[in-house]
Each structure stands twice: as structure tokens, then as C-alpha cells.
Design a protein around this ligand. Structure first.
Ligand code: SF4
Length: 452
């Protein structure tokens, strides 16, 4: 997996890349307008960051509390140390219920655990019910963005997919028409599913409840029609008390889409008579990330996607160029924590401009952590061309004589250097850059001639 190579693929279609950039910037602007609409925005960010810091410092305590209170409410709590264990737990529940078809609402965790292919391998039909997720599912693709899963597709693409999969009119790109077709198609799936799977946005140990946020109401539709609700959550999704929810709900909706509130913020506290709720608490590398002092606060992330929408690299390289479930700036911190070799190029997919940290509603120092990862990865690789050239530059800048001589040599040689030496596949610098015109003389020489 190499981010530069995948990004180069995305950039081959210049028009689409430009459109992708503009579309995400539009979302970023909506976020700006919405956040500036409340004077206490910075206060909320500070509060949210502090609450999450506190949770991470006592995560073991809060998780056990959640297990106690949720169990007392009649929720069956399971623990999964990794993706494999999580998937086995889900499968065992489905097998016990003799269930062969499920509906699922958007859950980044189940993407992270690759639940869909696992269940399909075991003969279970999985239907993603979020509209964007259903669209990418038709293409056998993962989401390209954590909030806007099909943001890389245009209306025309969706019209073609629906024509093929749902037999809509050829060439009809009307969003209302296409959405209605998806609604009819999904309604049938909802009616038949005995088990519904959702993610979890926030879990509250104080009351033993959890909250799921969607704009389409698909989580609610699935859960209320099914006999069994399986909710899958990463262990970092805790907020201590219900009173803290207001802070996070206000931040989440505004940061994600610029809405003042997400359409459906549904609380699940205990199963209705005759029904079951299962809550699976998944670690999958989170405890290890918590043990990394420099990177632990990446676990404060509430998955709003704002850092992606603002990132100049994400906007211009697309979600798939990251090759990880969570793309963009925060994914470039989380993914190397899971497999540093596989994701070693991701921390370099950043301008380090800091825009991601500026918009993050829980004040994660994203760009600083990316910089930290770069150092860790470079150290682990043992050497880097950049480090060697910096050492060389250090020697040259320290000595006026070396500076003068090397300047003369470079001015003479750069003019005669064949293009093939600079613009070739082995020299990444030459891709998309031109060597500036070489001056005839140094500034010092020019100044001495012209000072009078
Ligand atoms: S790191 Fe911050 S901005 Fe990015 S998705 Fe997470 S909460 Fe949102």
C-alpha cells in the first residue's frame, strides 16, 4: 500500500479529482458557518476534549461500569479483543437465532472488522441500509469517507448503478427519484430482517444506555422491526454521563455536515418485551494505542470527518488512496498503530498545515501526531534520503567557503544536467515540479556589482 501511487491513480481523472476537492470544501464551509453560529463553540471544544481526556485516563473503570449498568438494564454485554473475536460473536448470535439475512446501519467499526465479507462467507446476506453505504455495497467497494461513504461518486454514477441493480429508468439522475427507488428496495429488506446491526456513537456508563446518530433513520427502522439488535462499539466511545451528551451532539453534527443537530439521535437503554439487545465492546488495537503516550489522544476521535473535509491531501487524493477503513488525517494516525509497515506512507500524506487540528471538535493535535509518526517511521527505516540531504546541507550552511563553492558548482552543473536525470520515475521530486531557472551569479556577487 503506497499512498502516492494510489493518489496518482485518483488524479488521472483530473476533472473528477477537482470536483471531489470542491465538493468536500463545500462541506467544510458548511461546517464553518454552522460552528460560527454559536458563540460558545470553542468552549464546547475545550469541554469535549477535557471529557474525553478524563475518559481515557479511567477507561477500564468506565467500561466495567458500563457493563454493570447495561447488564442491569437487560442488555447482553460481550467483550471482543480483536476483529476476529467480534465477528465470531456476531455470527454465534445469528446462528443461535437461525438468521440468514441482516440489516446494518452505518458502522465504521464493522468495516474495520471486515464483518460483511466474514458473514457473507458464512451464508448470511448483509444489507447496508445507509443510502451511501448501500450504493458502495452495490459496487463491492468500502466507504471512501467515514460520514459520506459515496462522496466520490457523481449523480450520473449512481443513476447507472441503480439502473443496473434496481432497474430504475436509464439516464434518470433525479436525486428524489433515485432515493425513492432505494427506499422501496430497502423497505423490503427491513421488513424481512430478524436481526439488525448498528454502530454506537456514544455509550453512557451512568445509565447503561448507548446512542446511535443517523440522518436517515435507518438504524431505528432496522432495530424496531427486528427481534434482535446487535450494537458494535469501539471501547473508546464512552462518555461518563448523560449530561455530557449535549456537548458532543452539538459538536458532532456541526463538524460533520454543518447541521445544527443530526436528524435521529436514538437512545437504546433496554430491550422491548420479547426482544434482545447485544452490545459488543471491541478493543482491536485500542488498548495498545492508549499505551502510546504520543498517540493515545487519537482515541478521542468522534468520527465526524471534519479533518478529512478540510485536508488538502484528502480532498485531492480521495478516500481510497489511504487503503484503510478510516482515511484522511486521523486515519493516518490510527492505521500505522495497527500495522506500521503496511501504512508507513500515510503520515507523509499531509502538508502539516494544521487545518485538521483546527477543525477537530475534540481538539486532537492531529498534525503534530502525524509529524511524530514520520519520525518514528524514519527511525525504524534506519536512514532516509531526506535525513542524508539535511546532514549535507548542515555541513554546507556551516561553512561560508563550502557554501560559496557548492553554489558555483551547482549553478554550473544544473544548467547542463540532462532532463532525464531529473524527470524520471526514480525521482519523485521531478513529478509535477520544474527546476527553477538557474541564476548566472550568486546574490552576493550580484550585490557586490550593484551596491553603488
Ligand atoms: S480526528 Fe477530530 S476532526 Fe477528525 S474525524 Fe475525529 S473528531 Fe472529527
Amino acid at each position: 500500500m503506497s499512498h502516492p501511487n494510489q493518489a496518482a491513480n485518483f488524479l488521472k481523472d483530473e476533472k473528477r479529482a477537482h470536483w471531489h476537492d470542491e465538493t468536500l470544501w463545500f462541506v467544510r464551509e458548511k461546517r464553518d458557518i454552522s460552528s460560527k453560529g454559536i458563540p460558545e463553540w470553542e468552549e464546547l471544544r475545550k469541554l469535549a476534549s477535557g471529557i474525553k481526556d478524563h475518559v481515557l485516563s479511567k477507561l477500564d473503570y468506565y467500561l466495567e461500569e458500563l457493563e454493570k449498568t447495561a447488564s442491569a438494564n437487560g442488555i447482553k454485554v460481550h467483550w471482543a479483543k480483536d476483529a476476529a473475536e467480534h465477528n465470531e460473536i456476531v455470527l454465534s448470535i445469528l446462528q443461535e437465532k437461525k438468521c440468514k439475512a441482516i440489516v446494518k446501519s452505518k458502522s465504521i467499526l464493522t468495516e474495520e472488522c471486515h464483518l460483511n465479507p466474514f458473514l457473507e462467507k458464512h451464508g448470511v446476506e448483509v444489507v447496508d441500509t445507509d443510502l451511501g453505504e448501500r450504493i458502495v455495497q452495490f459496487l463491492n467497494q468500502p466507504p471512501s469517507h467515514i460520514v459520506l461513504p459515496a462522496i466520490h461518486l457523481k449523480k450520473r454514477d449512481i443513476s447507472e448503478i441503480f439502473h443496473e441493480k434496481l432497474q430504475t429508468e436509464k439516464g434518470n439522475e433525479d436525486p428524489a427519484y433515485l432515493t425513492n427507488a432505494a427506499r422501496i428496495h430497502l423497505r423490503d429488506k427491513f421488513m424481512k430482517a430478524k436481526v439488525a446491526i448498528t454502530g454506537v456513537n456514544f455509550a453512557i456508563p451512568e445509565t447503561g444506555e448507548f446512542v446511535v446518530c443517523t440522518n436517515e433513520g435507518n438504524a431505528d427502522m432496522g432495530v424496531h422491526l427486528a427481534d434482535v439488535h446487535i450494537a458494535c462499539m469501539g471501547i473508546e466511545k464512552i462518555i461518563p454521563k448523560r449530561e455530557h451528551l449535549g456537548v458532543f451532539l452539538r459538536l458532532l453534527a456541526r463538524s460533520a455536515t454543518g447541521q445544527s443537530i443530526t436528524n435521529y439521535n436514538s437512545h437504546f437503554r433496554s430491550p422491548a418485551p420479547g426482544k434482545e439487545i447485544h452490545l459488543i465492546l471491541v478493543d482491536n488495537g485500542r488498548t495498545e494505542q492508549l499505551s502510546r503516550e504520543k498517540f493515545k489522544n487519537s482515541l478521542k476521535c468522534i468520527r465526524c470527518g471534519a479533518c478529512m473535509n478540510t485536508c488538502p491531501i484528502y480532498r485531492r487524493s480521495g478516500g481510497y488512496s489511504y487503503g484503510s477503513t478510516v482515511p484522511g488525517p486521523i486515519g493516518s494516525i490510527l492505521s500505522p498503530g495497527i500495522d506500521v509497515k503496511k501504512y508507513s506512507t500515510l503520515p507523509f500524506a499531509s502538508t502539516l498545515c494544521g487545518s485538521c487540528s483546527d477543525v477537530c471538535p475534540v481538539k486532537i493535535n492531529i498534525h503534530e501526531q502525524l509529524y511524530e509518526w514520520r519520525q518514528e517511521i524514519t527511525k525504524a527505516q534506519g536512514w532516509s534520503a531526506k535525513e542524508m540531504s539535511m546532514k549535507m546541507a548542515n555541513g554546507i550552511f556551516k561553512s561560508p567557503l563550502a557554501y560559496k563553492v557548492s553554489g558555483k558548482v551547482l549553478r554550473a552543473t544544473l544548467k547542463t544536467l540532462p532532463d532525464s536525470l531529473i524527470y524520471n520515475p526514480l525521482n519523485a521530486w521531478g513529478k509535477g515540479r520544474n527546476v527553477p531557472e538557474v541564476p548566472k551569479e550568486s546574490f552576493k556577487e550580484w550585490y557586490q556589482k550593484n551596491r553603488s
